[in-house]
Structure formats: C-alpha cells, structure tokens
Ligand binder design. Structure first.
Ligand SMILES: C[S@@+](CC[C@H](N)C(=O)[O-])C[C@H]1O[C@@H](n2cnc3c(N)ncnc32)[C@H](O)[C@@H]1O
Length: 276
C-alpha cells in the first residue's frame, strides 16, 4: 500500500549493525535470559517465540479481543485516539499495530487525512490488517511495515506521533523500544502507550485475577485453539511494569511530561509523553 507517512527508510534500518553500540547489545544478548510466559529463554530467541504466538492467533485475534475483554478493548482504544487527537497531514507511527485497530481509528478521526505507518513483528497480523483495510475501503494512507519495535527501520525525527497498544509488554527490551520511540519522533511529537497494567480497586483486582488466570487460557483453547499462547499473554501482563515504574522508564528514555490515566480501574493504563 502507498504511504503519506514520511518516516520510512527505504534503505532499510537506520543503524549500522557493525557499529559499536549494536555490537555491544548483541554481545549482551548472548548472555541474557528473559521471561517468555512462565519460562526463561535466551533473549535472542524471544522475538521468534513471540512471533509464533501471534502467527498462531492472527486469524482469531480480533474475535478473541472482543471475547476476552467483553468488548471493552474498543473503548480503551477509542480513549487512546481521543487523547492523541490526530490531525490531517500528520505522520503517525503505530508500533505493534497488528490488525490495524488503532490505525483505522486514526484514519476515521482525520477523514483519511493522516498518514499512518502500521509496524509489526508478525507478518500474519499485518496480513489480517491489510485485508480489513481493503474490506472496509480504506486505501492509500496506510503503510504496513514488518519490523521490530527495538530497531525501527525508520528515519530519526520523522513522526508527529508514536502509538503502541498492547505491544510494549511483548518486546524483549522495553527500554530499547522506548529509546527507538524517542528517536523517530519529531521534536514536539507525542508518545502514547496503551497497555494492561495493575488493577487499583481491591474487589475488581480479585475478580480480574480469576478471569485472567482461568478464563483467558480456556477461551484461547476453545476459540483460537491455542491455550498456550493465551497462557503466555496472561503471564506477559503479570510481568509488565506497573504504572509508576513505566512512567520512570519512559522518562529515562528521554521523553518528557510523562503522565498516565488508569482505564477500567487500572486493568489498562494509557501513558502519554512528549519528545521536546
Ligand atoms: C496484543 S497484539 C496488539 C495489536 C494491536 N496493537 C491491538 O491493540 O489490537 C501485540 C502485537 O505486538 C506485536 N509485536 C510483538 N513484539 C513486537 C516487536 N518487538 N516489535 C513490533 N511488534 C511486536 C505482535 O506481533 C502483535 O501483533
């Protein structure tokens, strides 16, 4: 699909893989064990394992989202795009954009006037998104890019806004993804992250724990025929940093004026920041 977004680097990744920081990061990865669901894996293996999860669920992903959240994920995504307030002519990057839910909302708000790059690690998720775009007659302003949030194949300072919805908990190194968000944003660009978080209401806390521990893997087994992937998703939610810690990590990446709002009592949280 064609693009009106400005940040795509047709020459491929901006960073030279032979430069010293990249070589150091690769060396560090060789030593590193990271969480993948309930087990620990070599950091270098995690992106492939995450891709397998989303490849497996891609065809049923949208249906599962509605079932798992009882449709509430739609309200959270609306809240994210309300907060973003996209304007016609802007270039927006939606990282871990999957099947296009955030991108479509942005286009609908701007009457197709924004250029949205949807970037995702999993080609199968993007394929479902592209099919949805065609089926709903959204042409021309979407660019679908297969890539990694930790190493964006995009130019410095090229986007007015960066969004990531339910994606950050899946990346291997959250801080690298946040640094990349800052890098590709223009000065004055905004950052928005929607993610599962920590429930702050005691009764809801217990009900949600039962729902996520018992019901989500069961639903995943019945509907997506992949219980294990939903065990991974539940565990990735549990391990993701709580609201205040994420604020600190966004700040440490060099983004400013970091705030968050809890959604549905903290089941999800919307973090926002600016690149000044
Ligand atoms: C739970 S889905 C969210 C999709 C969409 N943003 C939404 O809210 O419906 C998570 C997405 O993150 C993608 N993902 C996981 N790790 C990634 C990475 N390192 N870089 C880019 N995308 C990634 C997966 O392929 C998957 O499509």
């Amino acid at each position: 699909m064609s693009s009106r977004a400005t940040g795509r680097d047709s020459a491929g990744p901006q960073k030279d893989p032979t430069d010293a920081p990249a070589a150091q990061a690769a060396a560090a990865d060789r030593e590193e064990r990271v969480a993948f669901g309930e087990r620990e894996v070599d950091a270098r293996d995690k992106p492939g394992l995450v891709r397998d999860v989303f490849r497996s669920v891609a065809g049923r992903y949208d249906l599962m989202n509605d079932l798992m959240s009882l449709g509430v994920h739609r309200l959270w995504k609306d809240a994210m795009v309300d907060r973003l307030r996209p304007r016609a002519g802007e270039a927006v990057l939606d990282v871990a954009g999957g099947t296009g839910d955030i991108a479509f909302r942005i286009l609908d708000r701007t009457e197709g006037g924004a250029g949205v790059t949807v970037l995702d690690l999993t080609e199968d998720m993007l394929r479902v998104g592209r099919d949805r775009a065609v089926d709903s007659g959204r042409f021309g302003t979407l660019d679908w890019v297969c890539g990694d949030a930790e190493s964006l194949p995009l130019r410095d300072g090229s986007y007015d806004a960066y969004t990531i919805a339910f994606g950050l908990r899946n990346v291997t190194h959250i801080d690298r993804a946040l640094a990349e968000a800052r890098r590709v944003l223009k000065p004055g660009g905004r950052f928005l992250c929607l993610e599962f978080s920590r429930v702050v209401l005691p009764v809801l806390d217990r009900a949600y724990a039962v729902w996520s521990d018992a019901m989500l893997p069961t639903l995943g087994g019945l509907v997506a025929r992949d219980r294990d992937s939903y065990v991974y998703l539940v565990e990735s939610i549990r391990r993701f940093p709580p609201q205040d810690e994420l604020v600190e990590r966004i700040r440490a990446a060099g983004l400013e004026q970091v705030r968050y709002a809890n959604l549905s009592g903290g089941i999800a949280a919307l973090h926002s920041a600016w690149r000044i």
